[in-house]
Write a new protein. Structure first.
Lengths: 151, 100
């Protein structure tokens, strides 16, 4: 049992560091410029780091550039942030949709969710709790949340 | 009894008049920081239709339409509607007070 637990922990740590390296490649918003949502942004926003961009509000933009963002650009900013947040949450490229479903059937969807979200957010904790309530709630939750991790 | 009812009505009217004034006196970004209280956001990380409405209405009250739109586009419809309901509420209470 102890051996199984330590092997699982090592496996999770290894996967996590691999995903961290993968994620480090997308440090600026420019790296996502292939998406229509990102192309609609102003050049200043494209030069920003992903984390910084996700925290950006029209007020902060006004402070930064001295210009108003405008209503149309505010909506574009919001749409881009929503898209980018989803995209960065996707992570865990190693876990395919099929594997995710298989893990969900086995009652281990919380592991897939944790790896996908880099163990941040509450999704995996909620799924673990729901899975402990006789599997079915956790399975349903995993299927409902699947759209957040896959297109 | 009548006096007590009148006092209660005055209290309600005063509260209804004071709440918007108090919100206006506070800075527009007063509610911007901090964790969301919405259960949908907290437990499932899914934003509901009302998420950001408090912050949006606060910015709308301070006539910062950009920020209101950013936090919740629905606030542009709900904010004025809330204003109308608020005024109707005050006028009805005033009418009841005059009838007493």
């Amino acid at each position: 049992m102890k051996f199984f637990a330590s092997t699982l922990a090592l496996l999770l740590l290894g996967l996590n560091s691999l995903l961290a390296v993968e994620r480090g490649n997308h440090s600026t918003v420019q790296a996502f410029a292939h998406a229509a949502e990102i192309q609609a942004l102003t050049p200043e926003m494209l030069q920003m780091g992903v984390e910084e961009f996700l925290q950006l509000t029209p007020a902060k933009y006004r402070e930064m550039t001295g210009e108003r963002l405008g209503l149309k650009n505010t909506l574009k900013l919001k749409a881009a942030q929503k898209w980018l947040k989803k995209e960065t949450q996707k992570g865990g490229e190693g876990i395919t949709k099929g594997l995710y479903i298989l893990l969900a059937i086995l009652g281990l969807a919380w592991i897939a969710m944790g790896l996908k979200s880099d163990w941040s957010g509450s999704d995996w904790v909620v799924n673990l709790i729901l899975t402990l309530l006789c599997w079915l709630p956790g399975f349903i939750h995993a299927l409902v949340k699947m759209k957040d991790y896959y297109n | 009894m009548l006096l007590r009812e009148k006092a209660l009505l005055w209290l309600k009217i005063s509260a209804l008049l004071l709440i918007p004034v108090a919100l206006l006196a506070l800075p527009a970004d007063f509610f911007d920081e901090g964790e969301s209280l919405c259960p949908s956001k907290r437990f499932f990380n899914v934003e509901c239709l009302g998420c950001g409405m408090t912050r949006a209405i606060m910015h709308l009250l301070h006539l910062d339409i950009e920020m209101a739109l950013y936090y919740n586009p629905g606030s542009l419809a709900l904010g004025p509607a809330l204003g109308v309901v608020w005024l109707v509420w005050i006028f009805r209470l005033l009418k009841r007070l005059r009838e007493k």
